[in-house]
Design a protein around this ligand. Structure first.
Ligand code: ATP
Length: 446
């Protein structure tokens, strides 16, 4: 980890709470560690990123189809995947300050990073799967698990989906949704949570073509972050795994430079034939786990290339990348300038894309009419309270890219002033051109 800026992180966390973007779950009871709620300005952001990913990975391709599976699956799924036996981290406790750590995340595993004590317990295995019971009897026979990743149901449903969609190899299946891990040490805001969202795509192909597809999906992921979400290349980094699972031919993580250091936002993994052969071994349903290739005239386990990303980490990346402070003119007493917090979020994922600001309450009726027409196409907000400067500040803080001012001239010239969040330039636009003007800027094609 390098270039750590905790002050920056604290500011982002504080802004997220103050503006209802993201805050602790169950806060009135003291919160629950590792669980976060997305408020009125966070939920639309997360939803927009998820929809964008779905459009990019599924809707715009003819070789990827979608799935929305249950969170609780047959427990054998997790036996076959190896999660029940191996999905664990080594943990240790400090006997003096009582803190708990993941051993692989400690710089010096013999010393407590908090109090410096050397009295640490022997490292022990801790399984990350979250347990529940299905049915009225709470015994071992009725144990089930909340999924720890969204991809396992994809492997299990592979053949049903293939037959239903008449896909031939190579093709992919994608799914977005909740995953649960009983993380030992949730930290860095939403970066390491116990309940989080994943967006995964499993691509099924022949082993001979798998490295080519690995390269392809690596580039597609990079493109999503840099071109579609506008993250600068210098803030992203590819970490190639040196130690590979025995079945894998390649694995990498895409990392982002957070204020707390480099952190993984997505993995691209070559998984060999591991998943399909394991589910075959445990389910004994060979016809559901193998593929008969008409061209090659053979039956084989598909090789899987996985693109696996964390939606909450992508949102956190967007928030960290967007956060900025500059100075702007103010009408506050005794001050000409004031610190302005501005979130430079990409327009297509901004929680509010257009704010309609009437210059006077007297303009309420026509301004509200305009607001209702804008609302049909964009995420919009109407604000008529406080000075126009204050209203701009409020919108800047939640990353609204365009503020539309409705003034008295509008009644005569049928035009409004559109103020750009980033350049702060203002442009007069005819109302009948407004939707197209905004659409070109908010939803550029990709
Ligand atoms: P880490 O090493 O950080 O624990 P991982 O390598 O176990 O992550 P994967 O199992 O590859 O992660 O999961 C794929 C993606 O899911 C990650 O790249 C990350 O974006 C997201 N993810 C994993 N664990 C968490 C978590 N606890 N909180 C939020 N997102 C997570």
């Amino acid at each position: 980890m390098s270039e750590i800026d905790n002050e920056q992180m604290n500011k982002i966390v504080a802004l997220c709470k103050r503006r209802g973007i993201i805050f602790q779950s169950s806060e009135i009871y003291g919160g629950i560690n590792g669980f976060w709620d997305y408020g009125p300005y966070g939920a639309p952001l997360r939803r927009a990123v998820e929809q964008l990913w779905w459009k990019y990975m599924v809707e715009q391709r003819d070789n990827v189809v979608g799935l929305d599976s249950t969170i609780i699956c047959h427990p054998m799924v997790w036996k076959a995947s190896g999660h029940l036996d191996q999905f664990s981290d080594l943990m240790t406790d400090c006997m003096d300050c009582k803190r708990r750590y993941r051993v692989d995340q400690m710089d010096d595993p013999t010393t407590c990073p908090n109090c410096g004590s050397k009295r640490l317990t022997e490292p022990r295995e801790f399984n990350l799967m979250m347990k529940t019971f299905v049915g009225p009897v709470f015994d071992e026979e009725h144990v089930a698990w909340l999924r720890a990743e969204t991809c396992q149901p994809i492997f299990v449903d592979f053949n049903t989906i293939r037959v239903a969609t008449r896909q031939k190899l190579p093709f992919g299946i994608a799914q977005t949704g909740k995953a649960f891990r009983n993380e030992i040490n949730p930290r860095n805001f939403t970066f390491r949570s116990r309940e989080f969202m994943q967006m995964e795509m499993e691509f099924f192909c022949h082993e001979d073509e798998s490295l080519k597809w690995f390269d392809y999906w690596k580039d597609q992921a990079w493109n999503f972050y840099t071109k579609i979400l506008g993250i600068p290349e210098e803030k992203l980094h590819i970490y190639w795994h040196e130690k590979l699972a025995h079945y894998a031919k390649q694995a990498l993580d895409i990392e982002f430079l957070f204020p707390f250091g480099w952190g993984e936002i997505q993995g691209v993994h070559h998984r060999g034939q591991w998943d399909m052969s394991r589910h075959c071994e445990f389910s004994k349903q060979e016809q559901d786990c193998k593929y008969f290739d008409q061209d090659r005239k053979e039956s084989y386990f598909p090789t899987v290339v996985e693109s696996s990303s964390g939606l909450d980490r992508i949102c956190l990346m967007l928030l960290c990348n967007a956060y900025d402070e500059d100075t702007a003119a103010t009408q506050k007493e005794g001050k000409d300038e004031d610190v302005r917090i501005v979130m430079h979020l990409p327009a297509r994922v901004a929680p509010v894309q257009v704010a309609i600001l009437p210059l006077s309450k007297k303009l309420e009726e026509p301004a509200e009419k305009l607001y209702h027409s804008v609302l049909k196409k964009f995420r919009a907000e109407y604000d008529d309270t406080g000075s126009i400067g204050k209203r701009y500040r409020r919108q800047d803080e939640i990353g609204t890219p365009f503020c539309v001012t409705f003034d008295f001239d509008t009644l005569n010239d049928n035009a409004v002033t559109v103020r750009d969040r980033d350049s702060m330039t203002q442009e007069r636009i005819a109302i009948d051109q407004l939707a197209k003007f905004l659409d070109d800027k908010i939803n550029p094609e990709f």
